[in-house]
Design a protein around this ligand. Structure first.
Ligand code: AP5
Length: 207
């Protein structure tokens, strides 16, 4: 099964993907997580993209497409994937269609007000990338990851100014993908407003 998780920043794509992999048994591939790991490792890719991520803008299509093409060629992704955060532009979607097009695109539907609350309280693990929320999904121990014991931090792009920018970028460059995939008969809408378990149930229904 090849799935794309589409939706605005903070819709819960990463949170749901971490649970959905248990159901669909394919790898969760997040371009945001790949970029953040490169930044943490101070690799050439990380040095190139750090200021772009911090500002809330998008990394250029060529870099991102090459990255995903290489990742999808790895053995674990040959049977399928959950792509979270890719594609984010029409050229990215067209490129993906050329090397491994999706079976279904799940569109996480949520208003901006909810997004701001979710991103404002998000805490992310430095080691494994797991997400928590100070109110909606706190870790068992403050600032410590339940899964690997890593330190939790607030992402640089979860500042108010960067959230605003990311929502603008989403509207201009990514939201057109909703119509693009609807026209191809691939889109399924999921109401992303309820609590995580209810969103997971909505996801099961559309599978
Ligand atoms: P990326 O990491 O993909 O960020 P994003 O799309 O903005 O998505 P987020 O990770 O912010 O949100 P999410 O929907 O996964 O929500 P989450 O599950 O964490 O990209 C970061 C940057 O990388 C981009 O800005 C860009 O610069 C670059 N980039 C990445 N891909 C690119 C591409 N294809 N092209 C170009 N550039 C690219 O949930 C958010 C919070 O809400 C958490 O705290 C969570 O605990 C909580 N929560 C989740 N679900 C619920 C729920 N149902 N109820 C209550 N709380 C919930």
């Amino acid at each position: 099964m090849k799935l794309i998780f589409l939706g605005p920043p903070g819709a819960g794509k990463g949170t749901l993907a971490a649970k959905a992999v248990e159901i669909v048994k394919v790898p969760h591939i997040s371009t945001g997580n790949i970029f953040r790991a490169a930044i943490a490792a101070q690799s050439p890719l990380g040095l190139k993209v750090k200021s772009i991520l911090d500002s809330g803008a998008l990394v250029d299509d060529a870099t991102t497409i090459d990255l995903v093409r290489e990742r999808l060629a790895q053995a674990d992704a040959l049977q399928g994937y959950i792509l979270d955060g890719f594609p984010r532009t029409i050229p990215q979607a067209e490129a993906l269609a050329g090397f491994s097009g999706p079976d279904k695109v799940v569109n996480f539907d949520i208003p901006d007000t909810a997004v701001v609350k979710r991103l404002g309280g998000r805490r992310t693990c430095r080691q494994c990338g797991a997400n928590f929320h100070v109110v909606f999904g706190p870790p068992k121990q403050e600032n410590v990851c339940d899964h690997c014991g890593g330190e939790l931090y607030t992402r640089d792009d979860d500042r108010e100014e960067a959230i605003k920018k990311r929502l603008e970028v989403y509207r201009e460059q990514t939201a057109p993908l909703i119509g693009y995939y609807r026209d191809k008969g691939l889109l399924a809408d999921v109401d992303a407003r309820p609590a995580v378990e209810a969103v997971l149930e909505n996801f099961r229904k559309i599978l």
